[in-house]
Design a protein around this ligand. Structure first.
Ligand code: SAM
Ligand code: FES
Length: 346
């Protein structure tokens, strides 16, 4: 099979074999890699044109009751400088965002017990009332189906919950025993059943990741058929158990973005901040590999640096407006237009 035939086959079958995955993740054949990238970009453009959706990210708390080994805001990290935004502060972020043209807000945080279901519902319904034309995305971890239903009824319409890895052994390498892959996957199915647009995803190059585990990730994506898939390189954070583990690479992340675009053509696929952190043009290259979403930061500047999942995070000093226009210019520079709309899954 030639490289061209292989890529066409992946595209037509919307599936990849483990041998094909192994080849695409390791080949140094420049023509093949260029073909992979071009096919992914064409696939995205056929559906979404040369448009990139922007989402305003609000990191509203860095308290977390979990202890994921990779994560800088894990509960055991006593160096983390903890904060949580008040409801008024969060609403002020969405107001600023709205004026800047954002029509999707992503509320992300650690699993912070202060934010009870009541508080989350109150927050969501106030945003919903103020901005009926906006999509509200939550990314606040694993909850019961009843809780997810309550947030949905309050007006949330999307939920991001990376599955992190679809392989049980790998999951245990990344998390303490109190967390389980079964529960995480169940949450995603529950969210889907309730009617959310859901996003799963994983870090590229997390400790213990192999071609086999990645293959399982891709098969899980094919089964779940999520509306969004968030992938970005693993980047070590100095106060975590994985401080000395090597980071994932940009190269692998870009190849995986293209592969995901080919096996799940309609997916909303962000070029993540982590990708922008490991390379100055990471987000542009992500779009040029098949991604179609960017998520500039709307969090108040004084907390940006505290939401430190990993070291050297970018954009911690820029005001929301700067991030918004910086992103627009970055996308323009590669021939893409940032669109101010909810940017729903087509
Ligand atoms: N608590 C929510 C959850 O668990 O889904 C949302 C916040 S959590 C910090 C968001 C994502 O950050 C995780 O799903 C993980 O993939 C990513 N992340 C955490 N630590 C990271 C690291 N060191 N490098 C790259 N990404 C990381
Ligand atoms: Fe909870 Fe990372 S350990 S958000």
């Amino acid at each position: 099979q030639t490289a061209r035939e292989m890529i066409q086959e992946i595209k037509c079958r919307r599936d990849i074999s483990i041998e094909q995955l192994e080849y695409l993740l390791t080949t140094e054949n420049k023509d093949c890699l260029e073909m992979l990238r071009e096919e992914a970009v064409q696939t995205a453009q056929k559906i979404y044109g040369n448009q990139v959706f922007i989402r305003g990210l609000i990191e509203f708390t860095n308290y977390c009751k979990n202890d994921c080994y990779y994560c800088g805001i894990r509960r055991s990290n006593h160096c983390a400088d903890r904060y949580r935004l008040t409801k008024e502060e969060i609403l002020s972020c969405t107001d600023t965002g709205y004026k800047l043209g954002f029509r999707t807000f992503v509320l992300q945080g650690g699993e912070d017990p202060y934010f009870t279901d009541e508080r989350i519902c109150e927050l969501v319904s106030e945003i919903r009332q103020k901005h009926p034309d906006c999509a509200i995305t939550l990314s606040i971890g694993e909850k019961s189906k009843e809780s997810y239903q309550r947030y949905f009824d309050a007006g949330a319409d999307r939920y991001l919950l990376r599955h992190e890895t679809a392989n049980g052994t790998h999951y245990r390498r990344l998390h303490p025993d109190e967390l389980s892959l079964e529960h995480r996957k169940q949450c995603l199915w529950d969210l889907k059943e309730i009617g959310y647009q859901v996003g799963c995803g994983f870090m590229v190059g997390s400790p213990g990741q192999t071609t086999e585990t990645l293959y399982e990730d891709l098969q899980f994506i094919r089964k779940l058929m999520p509306h969004m898939v968030g992938i970005g390189p693993f980047i070590p954070q100095k106060d975590t158990p994985f401080a000395r583990e090597p980071a994932g690479t940009m190269e692998q992340t870009l190849r995986l973005l293209s592969i995901i675009r080919l096996i799940h053509p309609h997916v909303l696929l962000p070029a993540t901040t982590a990708l922008g952190t490991i390379h100055p043009k990471g987000r542009e290259l992500g779009i040029q590999s098949g991604a179609n979403v960017v998520m500039p930061n709307l969090s108040p500047v004084d907390v940006r640096d505290k939401y430190k999942l990993y070291d050297n995070k970018i954009c911690t000093g820029d005001e929301a407006a700067e991030c918004r226009f910086c992103m627009e210019n970055r996308m323009k520079s590669i021939g893409y237009q940032v669109v101010v709309s909810r940017g729903d899954y087509i």
